[in-house]
Each structure stands twice: as C-alpha cells, then as structure tokens.
Design a protein around this ligand. Structure first.
Ligand code: HPA
Ligand code: ZN
Length: 372
C-alpha cells in the first residue's frame, strides 16, 4: 500500500489550499550584524516550505489562552497562575500528559474558542514557515462534555478560513477517535461527522496506546474508508511494532503517527521504506513523554538513513516545549543534521501530505529555490 496522497478522488473538498504566495520574508538585513551559526540555521529552517502533519489542535492550547478562556467562562482553574500551570507540564509518560491535556480542553466551550485556538496555531505555524497543516481534532473530548459537534466544527473551520486569509496557509482536518473509549463510541462519532465530511480529509486514532490496539477499531475504520476518509493512526509511540502492523494491515493507514518503535522490527522498517509509508515523527514530544531519554538518543536520523519517509512535527506544542521550528532546530543540533537532511525532512513533509499533486509539485519547486 502506498501513500493515498492527493486528496479525496471524486469528493469535493471545501478546505482547498489557496494559491501559493511568495515565501516568508527572511530576517536578512544588510544592517544586521553577521549571523551566528544557530541564527543562520534558524533562518534556513524558517525559509524551507514545510507541512506539519502531526498536530493536535487541543495540544496547541497555551496556558495564557487556558486562563483567558477560563476567565471568559467563569471557570476556576486548579492553578494559581499561567506559570504554575506551565510548571505542571512535567510528564512521566503518555498517560500523565493525557490527564492534563483532557483537563485543559474543559475551557473550550463555544465557537469562538475553537476559532481562536485554530487561528493562534496557524499564526504560530506560519511564523515557522509552515505552508500547509493537517491538524487532528478529538471530537469525543468535547461532545462528551455536551459541546455540539457543530460548535467545534464551525469554530475550527472559521479559524482555518481566517488562517488562509491572513497568512495564505492551507489546512486540512483529521478527526481522531480516542482509543481508550470503545469502538461503539467511535462509530457514533463517525456518524456525527458525516454531515461535515467534505471538511474532514481523514480519520486518525490517538490517546492511550498501550492495551488499545488498532484492531479494536477495524470496523469503524472500514466504514470511514468507505465514506472517503483517508485513514491514519498513532502506532509505535509507546506501543509495540505489532500495533504498526495492525494499523497498516487492518486500518489500512496511509501514514503512521510516531511509529518510532518500528526500528525494533527490521522487516517492518524495510516495508515502510519500500512502500514509502510516512512516519510523522515528533522528537520534542518523544523526549517530554520519555519515549527517548534525551534528544541525542532519538532514532530519527537512523530512520532517515534507512530510507524511510520521515517527517518532523510538533504533536502538542503548548505542552512539549516547541512548535515546528523548534523541533527542527533542536533536532538538527542534537542529531547533527545538515542542510541536506533538513531539506529532505521538509520535502518529505510535502510528499507525505494529502495535498493534490499539483500543489505538491509547486512546493517542491519552491523548496529547490531555497538556498542557505
Ligand atoms: N499520543 C497519543 N495521543 C495523543 C497525543 C500523543 O502524543 N497527543 C494528543 N493525543
Ligand atoms: Zn499525536
């Protein structure tokens, strides 16, 4: 199975990317002092046109917005200040993060909240040179609190529209099912999403991985594929390579989110490379959630060298200490990535996106025009 790739054949898609605008302005100026090496690296990374393919919009909720929304809705937070909340972002594993992440979304209640959240992320991503984003959202974490599906969709879509108008950034939505809930709940969520399906490019699977294998969701993914959604799935973050096999063979995932534990299964790595199934890797997330002890131990470079289509992403940037630019920079420094590897990561991100082929070709051309 290869990358499904170029949008949804035969299905109109309303969030079509806008025509390409000129690339981001660089910070070069004749009056500026000679740049230090990290400045040059940051500038180069920023100018590379990039897609972000693994971003949970709820994970872009910054503590400042949490407090602003809590005040708006009259919610008392169990933290005295923004700094105290940020200081609580010290995680042992995926579950310890998810507990805070699900508590955080309680402040998102109306259309304006979802609009603001989305637009704030797109503004930040644009500043890092992201030209296209495919963002996850978790409807069950909102509908379970009584927020109508229409409220979150309307807010997300108006945020996406504003992002396109203000920054020229294109954005697709991927609906994620929460795997710690049962398959019937996921199926009800899929049904609720059907009236909005022209606005949602794919379905994904996230939340607590261990003990919740992809095969539990075989039926709902089969229905979703029949409805034209492109399947993706988190697998091999904390879970074993067997979960990656299930995501590919049972869910028919076109991309694997995280997937870093594939390295434990050489035959699987060969398959991922041969079939060019992308892994959406999130290095800062992996360190924060103790998948790797430190960034210097991350396997991204080895996976790239093994010929896999690796992309770099920020996952839940408000919680993990960095947006896409910071992920590129920190990873480049820790793993000693050079210009060719950074260029390859940016190229992979465009290739692995669900943009139409013509848009991909234009971004590849723009990428080739970027020089150090
Ligand atoms: N893994 C699984 N589920 C998630 C994540 C993650 O990193 N972020 C938000 N939901
Ligand atoms: Zn994720």
């Amino acid at each position: 199975m290869g990358l499904v790739g170029t949008g949804i054949p035969g299905r109109p898609f309303s969030a079509l990317p806008v025509p390409i605008r000129r690339p981001l302005q660089t910070t070069h100026s004749l009056k500026k002092p000679i740049m230090t090496a990290p400045d040059e690296l940051a500038d180069f990374v920023r100018r590379l046109p990039k897609a972000e393919l693994h971003l949970h919009i709820e994970g872009s909720l910054e503590p400042e917005m949490t407090f602003a929304k809590a005040a708006k809705h009259g919610i008392r937070l169990p933290y005295p200040s923004v700094d105290a909340l940020r200081a609580a972002y010290d995680f042992r594993n995926l579950q310890s993060f998810l507990d805070l992440y699900y508590a955080g979304v309680e402040v998102l209640r109306d259309e304006e909240d979802f609009h603001d959240l989305t637009l704030a992320y797109l503004a930040r991503a644009h500043a890092d040179g992201v030209v296209h984003a495919e963002i996850f959202f978790d409807p069950q974490s909102h509908t379970a609190r009584g927020i109508p599906f229409a409220t979150l969709m309307t807010g997300l879509l108006s945020g996406i529209r504003a992002g396109r108008e203000n920054f020229g950034i294109s954005c697709f939505l991927i609906l994620c099912f929460l795997r710690h809930l049962d398959a019937d709940d996921a199926m009800r969520t899929l049904r609720a999403a059907l009236p909005w399906k022209q606005h949602i490019i794919g379905v994904g699977l996230d939340s607590s991985e261990l003990g919740h294998p992809p095969s539990n969701f075989a039926d709902v993914f089969a229905c979703a594929r029949l409805e034209g959604f492109i399947p993706v799935a988190h697998a091999g973050e904390e879970g074993p390579p067997a979960y990656i096999h299930e995501a590919l063979d049972i869910l028919k995932a076109a991309r694997i989110d995280h997937g870093v534990r594939a390295e434990e299964d050489p035959a699987l790595c060969e398959r991922l490379a041969r079939e060019r199934i992308p892994l959406t890797v999130c290095p800062l997330s992996n360190v924060k959630l103790a998948v790797f002890k430190q960034l210097a131990e991350h396997n991204l470079r080895r996976l790239l060298q093994a010929g896999l289509c690796i992309t770099l992403n920020s996952d839940d940037p408000a919680y993990f200490g960095g947006y896409l630019g910071e992920n590129y920079l920190a990873t480049a420094l820790a793993l000693d990535l050079g210009e060719a590897e950074l260029r390859l990561l940016a190229r992979n991100s465009i290739e692995a996106s669900f943009l139409p082929a013509g848009d991909k070709a234009r971004w590849f051309q723009q990428l080739d025009r970027i020089h150090t």
